[in-house]
Design a binder for this molecule. Structure first.
Ligand code: SF4
Length: 337
């Protein structure tokens, strides 16, 4: 599907189009990914941050309890998730070169990776050499959202700190790919700017990287803004109907790419989207460091919406004949489990 066709779909609000997109997205997802859903959990390791981002609870000026977990405390958090069945973890942190360095993350990876099926990181962008080191330490993949491709808006909402450099962030997924990661997660934060344009730019960005780094496993996500400490004024709201259409269009535009859906979205919408294009879901998430073991008083990054436990989400998947996969996703797809 070319970019003009995608744009045409995004600008057409007719219910007939939505129905047809939903049917095509569901069929394509089952054909490419089978009747399975990969389950993962975010593990927040630090909420310290040197950036001022107007939409985020961890933004530097916010007067919140700041915590960076020790490597031992991260392992303890991971134990809670492993007990619940998770084997795919995403380490998340604010941007803080001193507290959340490549050394710190490498040390965590060396401790955790032997117990997991995959370990991804969603932290500050690094240099190619740092990504190479992290890959060697056991990090499988990197998640870097551009947030918005509207540069003017980007500079308005990223008020201060290294994240304010639009071009530096734009080039970060390619640096991770050049550093040897196997998985690359990309996305935009819906609510910051014109979401149709942001999704078009995201598709274009992913396609350009796919051409050069064809061997990587890609995933995309479209989180919507949620309430948080110091919350942002005047978000550009995306309705549930538009959100469903976006997921369907993404599936058709990027047929081989995983689509991630987090607990930011409400239960009923998540249940509907389970069938339509989504391939990776989190459940029972905590968005503050120490949240699973309740070992700190740290403030969450944002409020989650779907508060069901992992077991409850797994049961919901099964009602749609979808098998939650906690461990080895490739083995299921290749029929060896
Ligand atoms: S979005 Fe990221 S960089 Fe910005 S304040 Fe939040 S944690 Fe820091």
């Amino acid at each position: 599907m070319n970019i003009n066709q995608i744009e045409q779909y995004l600008n057409d609000d007719s219910p007939e189009l939505l129905e047809s997109l939903a049917q095509r997205a569901e069929a394509l997802t089952r054909q490419r990914f089978g009747h399975v859903m990969q389950m993962f959990a975010p593990l927040y390791v630090s909420n310290e941050c040197v950036d001022t981002c107007t939409y985020c609870g961890f933004s530097r000026p916010n007067q919140i309890e700041r915590v960076t977990l020790s490597v031992e405390a991260v392992v303890q958090e991971a134990e809670h998730l492993i007990k619940q069945g998770f084997r795919h973890l995403l380490l998340v942190a604010g941007e803080h070169p001193k507290h959340v360095s490549p050394d710190y993350l490498s040390s965590i990876a060396q401790h955790l990776r032997p117990r997991l099926a995959s370990l991804l990181i969603e932290v500050a962008p690094f240099a190619v050499a740092d990504y190479a080191r992290l890959t060697q330490a056991g990090v499988d993949g990197v998640v870097i959202y551009q947030e918005t491709y509207d540069q003017q808006r980007y500079e308005q909402v990223h008020v201060a700190g290294p994240k304010r450099d639009y071009q530096q962030r734009l080039a970060a997924p390619e640096r991770a790919a050049a550093g040897g990661v196997r998985r690359l997660g990309m996305g935009v934060l819906l609510g910051l700017s014109d979401w149709r344009q942001d999704v078009l730019q995201l598709v274009d960005h992913v396609r350009r990287l796919q051409k050069k780094y064809w061997q990587l496993d890609y995933q995309v996500s479209l989180p919507r803004l949620r309430p948080c400490a110091g919350g942002m004024a005047n978000p550009v709201l995306v309705s549930d109907a538009d959100y469903v259409k976006l997921i369907c269009v993404l599936r058709l535009a990027l047929p081989e790419v995983g689509i991630v859906l987090s607990t930011r979205e409400p239960q009923n919408l998540r249940d509907g989207l389970m069938r339509l294009g989504v391939t990776h879901m989190s459940a029972g998430s905590k968005t503050q460091p120490g949240g699973y073991s309740e070992s700190t008083e740290a403030t969450e990054q944002f409020e989650i919406s779907d508060e069901r436990s992992p077991a409850q989400v797994a049961a919901a998947l099964q009602t749609y004949q979808l098998e939650p996969v906690w461990k080895d996703w490739e083995a299921v797809l290749h029929g060896s489990l």
